[in-house]
Design a protein around this ligand. Structure first.
Ligand SMILES: O=P(O)(O)OC[C@H]1O[C@](O)(CO)[C@@H](O)[C@@H]1O
Ligand SMILES: [Mn+2]
Length: 453
């Protein structure tokens, strides 16, 4: 039987809470129970709302959901085995098969547990169990327990949202007269705004306010040295060659954005997508979101529509104008929103071709796929204990449906593709450089000829 903590064919072990004192360990020991306690509090605080909407049934559902969540928190804190899902949702079978696969790998059921199993697996599992607890309790099955935090974070970033919309409006108003160099400069800025938008997630802060308070454009220069890998030139040349190819073949350029967080980050992604379309760099943008509430702040279909509605309804001329533009992009099919159960499963992305072949085939139709955020990065590289100098292409382990780029602020202790000595230097100055959210990467990979490693 293969031990999960061995390096197999050069692939290092998964990060796991079994390494006492590691970031994974501290997350499972401290941050996940804190998030669960907040979830329980939120449901309890909404008791009267449930009563008003559903009467006594709503109160019963609230109690039972809290019971299930407290039980899970106890399982987590006492390192109990991971148990199968009991709801009959579409993906439950797949989750249970994944569990069986891990049990077989270890030879016994006890060793698949909160602290002993891969961190990526158990952290994803916690969010799926939160969904199960609600789902088993109609009439509150569809309640998004993170909704309040997401809307609050959007409103707390209002000033920054207005600034970025005003900036975009200025760029768009003159876009036809811009030289290629000027276009690149705007592209580069908006790519970085979208990158730093990823600082604003609510999972690393265990649900505490983490919104954008300063001007997203003015801060770019001072943030530049904190980008540890910056492949924005390659991303640009990928788009330019896609454009040239599309012209000669009379086809279109399609960019996919695998979204991460709602709130300010989503606005920065929409701003980038708007620029891609208005500059003619892309003709179509496909957004990919989550089909269930996920990692506190991740975008669901509801958050996506809500954000566009709020932008339209804003009492600010540029913002509202841009909101209407976004709505018409959706109506015209220039933009589209997609979700797929694979995004809320625990798999590494190298499993996608085998486990979600339809999604893999879909992404193959893109000229560029942008993966936002930390969790997507962890899944791209399998959340494994890679040496920092291993190439991004190697860590992807065969995943590469299209040229891709990760835009990620570092919030978990995995990072590949660094120069020899770069990690050591960072560690000597700032031991928590991988988890403090201060550093970032714009990291590109393509299996085509221009690939980097
Ligand atoms: O929203 P992001 O950028 O994916 O960040 C969420 C990250 O926060 C964490 O909860 C930090 O441990 C990770 O699990 C996850 O990678
Ligand atoms: Mn997130």
């Amino acid at each position: 039987m293969m031990a999960a903590d061995q390096t197999v064919h050069g692939v290092p072990p998964s990060l796991s809470a079994k390494v006492v004192g590691s970031f994974a360990y501290l997350t499972v020991r401290d941050r996940l129970p804190t998030i669960l306690t907040k979830v329980i509090d939120t449901i309890h605080r909404n008791k009267n709302k449930f009563f008003e909407e559903y009467g006594e049934e709503g109160i019963q559902a609230e109690k039972q959901t809290i019971g299930l969540l407290s039980k899970m928190r106890n399982e987590l804190q006492t390192d109990k085995p991971v148990i199968p899902l009991t709801d009959s949702l579409q993906d439950a079978e797949c989750w249970n098969q994944y569990l069986q696969k891990h049990q077989k790998l270890h030879g016994d059921q006890e060793s698949v547990s909160w602290f002993k199993s891969p961190w990526l697996y158990v952290e994803c599992y916690m969010y799926r169990r939160i969904h199960e607890a609600l789902w088993l309790n109609p009439p509150i099955s569809d309640y998004d327990v993170f909704n309040e935090a997401k809307t609050q974070s959007f409103f707390e970033s209002q000033q920054a949202v207005m600034t970025i919309c005003t900036h975009l409006e200025g760029v768009n108003s003159n876009i036809e007269n811009l030289s290629k160099n000027q276009l690149f400069e705007h592209f580069d800025k908006l790519l970085q705004v979208s990158l730093w938008g990823n600082k604003c997630d609510l999972s690393i802060s265990a649900g505490q306010d983490n919104s954008q308070k300063t001007s997203p454009i003015d801060s770019l220069v001072s943030l530049q040295p904190l980008i540890l890998v910056n492949d924005s030139n390659t991303v640009w040349s990928t788009l330019i060659s896609a454009q040239t190819h599309a012209r000669s073949e009379k086809t279109t350029v399609r960019v996919d954005i695998v979204l991460d967080n709602a709130g300010f980050e989503l606005v920065t992604d929409l701003v980038l997508a708007d620029f891609l379309v208005s500059s003619g760099l892309a003709h179509e943008v496909h957004f990919h979101g989550k089909s269930i509430p996920w990692f506190v702040s991740d975008v669901t279909a509801h958050d996506f529509q809500w954000t566009i509605q709020q932008t339209m309804a804003a009492n600010h001329k540029c913002m509202s104008k841009i909101g209407y533009q976004w709505k018409s992009h959706l109506k015209d099919g220039v933009w589209s929103y997609h979700d797929h159960p694979f995004w809320t499963q625990p798999h590494e992305f190298c499993d996608m071709a085998a486990d979600a072949p339809d999604l893999y085939a879909n992404l193959q139709g893109a000229d560029l796929v942008l993966f936002k955020g930390d969790l997507n990065y962890r899944k791209l590289v399998g959340d494994r204990d890679w040496d920092h100098t291993v190439g991004f292409g190697t860590a992807l382990q065969g995943f590469g449906p299209a040229p891709l780029c990760s835009l990620r602020t570092l919030k978990a202790n995995v990072q590949v593709g660094l120069q020899p000595g770069q990690a050591e230097k960072l560690t000597s100055h700032e031991p928590d450089w991988m988890t403090c959210g201060k550093y970032a990467v714009i990291q590109f990979y393509s299996s085509k000829a221009e690939q980097k490693d």
